[in-house]
Design a protein around this ligand. Structure first.
Ligand SMILES: [Zn+2]
Length: 212
């Protein structure tokens, strides 16, 4: 598995967003100043190296999925790779279409179907989605290379996702979101946001200190 440069990820074009993320993971100790200097670059390389270790241990996938998985919190990376492996073992061609989103990306998505053309796809503005902290991801299911829109295979996938230890948007009562997965038992979003913006760990990671 080749190391991906997270600096080329649109989610991290916002350097302060990248610094907050890397600081919370213990890779960065500098200021949250939004400047892409040597400390931030070195921290990104350390994070990428941990992510490459996870890919080597848990399996790697298509190029797009890899780009997205490399933007996630390491706990989410492990579970996401486990999910894709389990789905493929069950004949479901699953790819990750979206991992981390910066606040600006989230706001752009929120404007879709409101002030911009298209269908409404999110209820959350920047800072109000678990995607903004790297603990959620969306999958797409494909058949012979064609994207599947029908909800049924996503429900099949979500049942498998539950066994993989993930929370699946398919089972949400108020706003069903079948392609969406996130870490189980996350702290409230407002608390996660506060910790993220301060560069603190988002939660006590079950695998903290573990290199893979
Ligand atoms: Zn989602």
């Amino acid at each position: 598995m080749d190391t991906q440069s997270i600096l080329s990820s649109p989610a991290f074009h916002d350097t302060q967003h990248l610094q907050r993320f890397l600081k919370g993971l213990g890779h960065y100790a500098g200021a949250l100043d939004g400047l892409l200097g040597p400390k931030t670059r070195a921290a990104a390389v350390r994070f990428e190296s941990v992510s490459t270790g996870i890919a080597n241990a848990f399996g790697s996938f298509d190029a797009r999925s890899e780009r997205e998985i490399f933007t996630l919190h390491p706990d989410a990376q492990r579970l996401c790779r486990g999910l894709l492996t389990a789905l493929r073992a069950n004949g479901l061609d699953a790819r990750v279409l979206c991992g981390m989103r910066s606040y600006a990306q989230q706001n752009a998505l929120y404007s879709q179907g409101r002030t911009k053309a298209g269908a409404v796809v999110t209820r959350a503005t920047g800072g109000n989605s678990f995607h903004n902290f790297g603990v959620a991801f969306d999958i797409g299911l494909f058949s012979s290379g064609k994207y599947l829109q029908n909800a049924d295979p996503y429900l099949d996938a979500a049942r498998i996702g539950k066994h993989c230890g993930l929370e699946c948007g398919a089972f949400w009562q108020s706003f069903s979101d079948p392609p969406h997965y996130q870490l189980l038992s996350l702290p409230p979003l407002s608390l996660i946001r506060k910790r993220f913006e301060a560069g603190f760990p988002l939660f006590q990671s079950s695998t903290q200190g573990d290199k893979t």
